[in-house]
Design a protein around this ligand. Sequence first.
Ligand SMILES: CCCCC/C=C\C/C=C\C/C=C\C=C\C(=O)SCCNC(=O)CCNC(=O)[C@H](O)C(C)(C)COP(=O)(O)OP(=O)(O)OC[C@H]1O[C@@H](n2cnc3c(N)ncnc32)[C@H](O)[C@@H]1OP(=O)(O)O
Ligand SMILES: Cc1cc2nc3c(=O)[nH]c(=O)nc-3n(C[C@H](O)[C@H](O)[C@H](O)COP(=O)(O)OP(=O)(O)OC[C@H]3O[C@@H](n4cnc5c(N)ncnc54)[C@H](O)[C@@H]3O)c2cc1C
Length: 667
Amino acid sequence: MSFLNKEICDGDNPDLTEERRTATFDTDRMAQVIYGSEKFAARRRQITKSISRIPALQDTKPLAFMTREEKITEACRELDVLSDHWEQLIYVNDEEEALHLHREVIGMEGHPFALHETMFIPTLVSQASDEQQEKWLGRARKREIIGCYAQTELGHGSNLRKLETTATYSPSTQEFILHTPTITALKWWPGALGKSSNYAIVMADLVIKNKSYGPHPFIVQLRDEKTHQPLPGITVGDIGPKMAFNGADNGFLGFDHFRIPRGNLLMRHNRVEPDGSYLKPPHAKIGYSSMVKVRSRMAMDQGLFMAQALVIAVRYSAVRRQGFLEDKSQEVKVLDYQTQQHRLFPSIARVYAFIFCGLETIQLYEKLILDVNKNGDTSGMADLHSLTSGLKSVVTHFTGQGIEQARMACGGHGYSMASYISEIYGVAVAGCTYEGENMVMLLQCARALVKAVELVEEGHPEKLSPMMAYLTKPSVTVDLTVGPEAYVKIFQLIAKKQAFKATEQLHKFMVAGDSRDVAWNKSAVELTKASRLHTRLYILKTFIRRVESITDISVKAALTDLLNLHLNYELLDVASYALADGIMSSTQMDFIKNQLYSSLEKIRPNAVSLMDSFQFSDLQLRSVLGRRDGHVYQNLFEWAKSSPLNQSEVLPSVTQYLKPMMEKSKL
Ligand SMILES: CCCCC/C=C\C/C=C\C/C=C\C=C\C(=O)SCCNC(=O)CCNC(=O)[C@H](O)C(C)(C)COP(=O)(O)OP(=O)(O)OC[C@H]1O[C@@H](n2cnc3c(N)ncnc32)[C@H](O)[C@@H]1OP(=O)(O)O
Ligand SMILES: Cc1cc2nc3c(=O)[nH]c(=O)nc-3n(C[C@H](O)[C@H](O)[C@H](O)COP(=O)(O)OP(=O)(O)OC[C@H]3O[C@@H](n4cnc5c(N)ncnc54)[C@H](O)[C@@H]3O)c2cc1C
């Protein structure tokens, strides 16, 4: 039975068409599971279709051949076209649709609205009072102003308590005076700050009557709304080229005693009264909520990055033929090699797992903000902070690995920018750093874990949050043949043992006389291991939960195969812990390996359709290797011909240097 007639096109590469015919499920139905609802999956398709009808948005020149200036100009041109069609393309103020629109049209390399949508507006939503929202949110949503999020400084990114930019309150004028006291206090890195934004959320140390109250968010106008010139007292610019994201103007920013009105401190949760008295927020870290928001999105966004690389690698692996198996008359698709499957399929499983986690954490953040803003209830903050800290670290790390494997799986052509995988990689691995450096965030997650272990040790297991409840589970012998729950049990034991070991080590150093901070540092590697295992357990359980909830039988069967692969791959990956602690036997290890290999075979016929289900358009993929129609070779040749180097037969460098050099050598 073929589900995919609507997607099969006679003009496509026959090898890809064959792959699509073997699928055992409907890709539209799978898209509903991926994107969380039938409605959103259908909207995505509709938006993609509408975009394809706007000639000015069809890709003209490969980004790989553009300078940074050209990339930025092209992104702005596309934003302008989008702006003209905004209301016809998406529901106004629908964040998911706006993100999809930008991803589809502008691609990965950044654009002036990236931080406006993902941090500037969300900060106004979560931190600005109703009155302040009245003043700025509508304008921001209508894109009358462009904003960014300026927190990191040249000298400090991780340790926010040491940010040096000050906002000193002057009761006589009812103003804050923003100042950059040292070179290291320059804001450095914020996306879209350098050249595009005319407003910023600036995180600065609030100082009242010589007392520091720590980082607080201020809304600051940076540039004249008519001329776009920086306002007097402001130094702003671009920080230069980066590993990727070169269509974005990450910037620097300095203030020279720059005055803003009292009403520019975002005051939904805290206030400074005209006389300078300070009203504290209901939770000390409420001002950090925009970071939690982005972290809560990252499992989804990173999952989609890895999915893009895998669509490219899997489609290409189905059209690339090299070497022989049994039939010596025709070379095989490289996707038929077990090593190729082992390289790609576990990452496909992770993509699905990460996306399912993302669907959950995005909702958790929305609930949290509702609880905080409507009821002043901050009780969910600590749990969401530790969950998203661990999750962003684990997901970005594995996404980087998965994308790099996808590149290698494409052989030499993977290394060409025609594959676009290098750009996807560069963008994705930035996530290991932004929104909290991965080690720093794993250690945040470890703080919650250690506290939970201490509760168990102190005899208060009833105080554990549901995510930590496994820390009380007793050791048991597990029969792996009974299914996913058995894998969860083993994983729980492994994660629990590591959490207790790391905490024990911490306590040992403290008993020996070290301060908690020093003992913490001496135990940090073990603590990060505990955080990773804890987070991978959450990912695994979320994957199981999601697959169990699927009603479409064929979609569920295909995802069950992926889930089984994930369970076996993950357990094998942490087997050293299990063997060392006697949690698993070598016979069980052999069982897991065999299960893993047979999962690869089961997934093989569905591989292309599992990736087609993401329904990325060719416009979004920007990859010659990943083209939907599979016509790779002729298009690689066309792509190479369009290189600026090929616009003349003899380059000036040859005439100017090589020719004279060769002539000299003849003498
Ligand atoms: C939406 C994405 C779309 C697609 C993506 C595509 C493209 C994106 C393009 C570009 C990138 C985008 C944006 C990038 C933006 C940025 O990078 S913005 C800057 C981000 N910076 C950071 O993340 C800094 C990391 N550092 C911190 O968050 C904090 O300093 C840190 C948490 C490490 C420590 O904070 P500190 O104030 O020093 O606290 P303590 O260590 O003393 O901890 C005290 C207790 O408070 C708890 N806590 C800390 N933070 C929070 C929080 N946010 N919520 C709740 N609780 C928190 C902490 O755990 C301690 O608790 P205990 O005492 O242990 O109970
Ligand atoms: C592409 C990109 C976009 C960005 N966009 C923005 C933006 O829009 N707005 C913004 O404000 N910022 C932005 N940033 C900045 C980013 O948030 C910071 O770079 C990030 O938080 C890491 O901080 P850092 O650079 O100070 O790293 P550092 O903290 O200096 O890290 C260096 C090393 O020190 C280690 N380290 C630091 N502290 C500890 C600790 N306590 N324990 C153990 N190890 C530690 C780290 O693990 C790391 O190995 C962006 C960065 C990038 C790369």
